[in-house]
Design a binder for this molecule. Structure first.
Ligand SMILES: *[C@@H]1O[C@H](CO)[C@@H](O)[C@H](O)[C@H]1NC(C)=O
Ligand SMILES: *[C@@H]1O[C@H](CO)[C@@H](O)[C@H](O)[C@H]1NC(C)=O
Length: 308
């Protein structure tokens, strides 16, 4: 009865925009207007290291065209996040041979109080500061619009951000300086000469992989996720800029624009590494962009840390 009432209310006020935590269409109620959001293979999830299945046959992602691109790339405040349009000449070939073309890149962050992190995926319950999503569509379809409704239509390359107190990540300076141009929801600007490769973690070889959904309505369950194990480092000042620069359609600062983690249900998360190459005991302090020798990161199969 209450559900029915909500459907009527939400249906009658279709102009209501979805939110994370306020109003009629907060994330607990997305499913009333967007049924897929109540499905069984939703994203994001908590990546539990002990439950991850090591799959040595997962090869590194082959990213082509991610380096420096000349030109102008539209960047928009859509009221939920900042989104950069990407050219379809940026391509990702995954281990199973599927080829995906880039569509857009956007961010999720926290910031509602100075200690609140805002990544969507968590690792053993730990939430990172920011999460970067590069959204792609399967090249077997003619366009993103066509692919977004297909069961194998989308792939997202996700990266997590950590704070490195005073070291400005200069690969982000151009992007961050343009945030003030798009303070209001609906505003757009252009970024010139974009290098996405530089904005991603230095080591892209190791990742988690699982089948999930979009993390915003419509929550379509057709996303092959690739969450990179290495992280991006930003300075505290850079993080605060992203957390405080943009306003939503109600002129409120866009903060905590991340969805809660969803049940794994019967899914299995795979990874092409055993011990986390950049965390915990084997933690190697790395400079942005530096590479780790394979002998340091490919630990022999340790049955104690694996579960089928
Ligand atoms: C990566 O993909 C491109 C085409 O998208 C191909 O030309 C290249 O050989 C691939 N590289 C590797 C290492 O597989
Ligand atoms: C948001 O602020 C701008 C600039 O002050 C104003 O033009 C606009 O009407 C405001 N929007 C809302 C929904 O209050």
């Amino acid at each position: 009865m209450i559900t029915l009432l909500f459907l009527l209310v939400v249906g009658a006020q279709a102009q209501h925009e979805w939110t994370y935590s306020e109003g009629v269409l907060d994330e607990k109620h997305w499913r009333l207007q967007y049924p897929d959001c109540g499905g069984t293979r939703q994203s994001p999830i908590d990546l539990k290291m002990k439950k991850v299945r090591y799959n040595p046959s997962l090869r590194a992602l082959n990213l082509t065209g991610y380096g420096l691109r000349q030109g102008e790339f539209p960047m928009t405040n859509n009221g939920h996040t900042v989104q950069i349009s990407l050219p379809s000449s940026m391509r990702m070939t995954t281990s199973d041979g599927s080829q995906y073309l880039a569509k857009q890149m956007h961010f999720h962050w926290g910031g509602a109080s100075s200690e609140i992190s805002g990544s969507e995926h968590t690792v053993d319950g730990m939430r990172y500061i920011i999460e970067i999503h590069v959204v792609h569509y399967n090249s077997k379809y003619g366009s993103y619009e066509e692919a977004q409704n297909e069961p194998d239509g989308l792939a997202v390359l996700a990266a997590l951000v950590e704070v490195k107190d005073y070291a400005e990540n200069t690969y982000y300076s151009n992007f961050i300086s343009h945030l003030e141009d798009i303070r209001y929801a609906g505003q757009s600007t252009v970024l010139r000469d974009l290098d996405i490769q530089d904005m991603l973690p230095g080591d892209l070889r190791y990742y988690y992989s699982y089948l999930g959904s979009l993390t915003t309505p419509s929550c379509t369950e057709n996303v092959h996720w690739f969450v990179v194990a290495d992280t991006v480092k930003l300075s505290k000042t850079q993080i605060e800029k992203l957390e405080n620069s943009l306003l939503n359609h109600q002129n409120e600062t866009i903060q905590n624009n991340y969805r809660s983690t969803q049940p794994l249900n019967h899914r299995v998360v795979e990874a092409n590494f055993v011990s986390h190459p950049h965390q915990g005991k084997g933690y190697l302090h790395m400079k942005q962009g530096s590479r780790v020798e394979p002998s340091l990161t490919c630990h022999p199969l340790d049955s104690g840390s694996l579960q089928a």
